[in-house]
Structure formats: C-alpha cells, structure tokens
Design a protein around this ligand. Structure first.
Ligand code: SIN
Length: 284
C-alpha cells in the first residue's frame, strides 16, 4: 500500500510503503508518477538502493542522461566510471582530488543543467553519507512563481528568452576549460524561454535556471539585469520544501517546474550522494 503524505509547504510529499531497491512495478510507478506531478518532489525514506537499481528507477521516467564531464576538476570526473549515468555529489577528496561535484559550500537556487538544449525532466538523488548537520536542500515551485507574478511582469517576459550559463557551477566554481564571463551577452549556454508549458501537466512555469551570468536576449544589459533581479527575487521569495537529509533518503524532483538550493556544511565531514537524471524535452 503506497501512502502519500504531502508537506505543508506547497510542494513536496513523503511516499511510504515502497522499497525502491526491490524494483517498482508498473502499477506502483503510475501512482508514484501521479504523485510526482501533483507534489513536484517526492521523498522516500530508509531506502537501500545500489547504483543499478537507481539507474533502473530512473529509466521508468525515460532515457538517462550522462553527467556533465566538465563539472569536476582532477582525475575522477564526478561520475561512477562503471555507470556513467550516475553523477556523484560530494565534498570527499581522494589524493587531494574531488570525487564529485559541489564541494561543501552553498549551492545557489538553480534548476539542473538548463544550460543544455534539453535539460533533465526528472532528477533522482540518494543519500549515502551525510554530515551531522547542514547540507539541507530546499525546493520551490516555478508554477507558483509564474502563477503569482504580477500581470505586468508576465507581459514583459512573454515570448522572451534568457541565456543559461554553462561557465560556472551552482556552487560558483568555474567549470573545467571555461573562461570567466565578462559580457553577459556572450555567456556560453543554452537560450531558453523565460516561460514554459510543462509538457505533461500543461501548466505554465517560470524557467530561470541560474542567475549568474544570465541575460535576457534583446534587452540592454542594465534592463536585463533589473528584470532578472525582479524575477529572481519573486521566484525565490516564496514558500519552499526543506529537506533535512537522513541516511537512506531518496528524492525525485521535477526539474522543469522546481528550483532547488543547498545549504553549506562543515567541509571536514563527509557528504556523498548519487544522482541520476532523465533527458527532458526542449523547453517551450
Ligand atoms: C544539487 O544541487 O543538485 C545537489 C543538491 C544537494 O547536494 O543536496
């Protein structure tokens, strides 16, 4: 019996009664998918799941994406060599080299990989090692952000596109081989519509991706900066679901209609999560 317990923060629900490590049948998956569309981020506690089961779970949602190869400096590359669909999120270093992405600092509000032409639809993250405190992850709805936007702002952004920066990670590090952006009109990364229609729910959502080095195409830079600041303040100023991680937690979020951020934590402690993500549609 699957139980869905909605959070009291507008998005997010805990799902009980599912052992993801044992595989998910079609009937259970249909229930999970409906709950995911309704609550946008689902939390499954006390899971024991290996990389193969993580990848199998991801494949229920679609074709899996390989993690970006330029995220992590050094020899490890930030992914599991035997399973390149599994990205490592970690501050752990081996021989002075990071094994994964994002370190121990804060990760700003962002949606994953919107700098690619087809950003992920579903993202799945599983906690293997955690610090004693910190590193909480927050999720906020981009449906809410769009639906509560002032009509005048809705009008100003209708039909406009923004650049989503590929040069820096959400933790503020320059990616391997990239140069610091000096003119936001030249920012490398995909051009995405500011407002999208979710391909499965039909609801409209803001698509902001990441603030750093963003630029609204066709506007003078100061006007773009001012409009982006206004949109970001609105989008990140609403209610959010805060995940205080426990070992064995697994979350599945809809990257098309949520942004997330992560608190910093004590870098002398280890934090290790495995992530897999599903190739999404071209945002429209
Ligand atoms: C992410 O921003 O994709 C990772 C979030 C986390 O480390 O909790």
């Amino acid at each position: 019996m699957i139980e869905i317990l909605p959070s009291n923060s507008g998005v997010g629900a805990e799902v009980r009664g599912v052992d993801l490590g044992n595989g998910v049948d079609d009937v259970s998956f249909a229930e999970i998918r409906d709950a995911w569309h309704e609550h946008l981020v689902l939390l499954f506690r006390e899971q024991t799941i290996d990389d193969k089961s993580l990848v199998d779970l991801g494949r229920h949602f679609g074709t899996l994406e390989q993690s970006p190869r330029s995220e992590v400096s050094g020899e490890f590359g930030g992914y599991e060599p035997s399973m390149p669909e599994v990205t490592i999120i970690s501050n752990i270093e081996v021989n002075g080299q990071p094994i994964g992405s994002l370190g121990a600092g804060e990760a700003d509000w962002h949606a994953d990989m919107t700098f690619t032409e087809r950003p992920p639809s579903a993202c799945i993250l599983y906690a293997l090692e955690l610090p004693t405190s910190g590193g909480n992850t927050m999720f906020t709805s981009m449906y809410r952000a769009y639906e509560t936007l002032a009509p005048e702002l809705k009008q100003r952004i209708e039909g406009r596109y923004a650049i989503h920066d590929f040069s820096m990670t959400s933790a503020g590090d320059l990616r391997k081989g990239m140069q610091k952006v000096t003119d936001v009109r030249e920012t490398p990364g995909a051009h995405q519509p500011l407002v999208i229609t979710h391909p499965e729910t039909g609801r409209r959502a803001l698509l902001l991706g990441r603030r750093r080095n963003s630029y609204i195409i066709g506007l003078p830079v100061p006007d773009s900066e001012a409009l982006l600041d206004e949109l970001w303040a609105h989008a990140c100023g609403g209610e959010y679901f805060e995940l205080v991680w426990q070992l064995g937690d697994l979350v599945i979020w809809d990257n098309r209609c949520l942004m997330h951020r992560r608190d910093p934590f004590d870098g002398t402690q280890r934090r290790l999560l495995h992530r897999t993500q599903v190739v999404g549609e071209i945002p429209a």
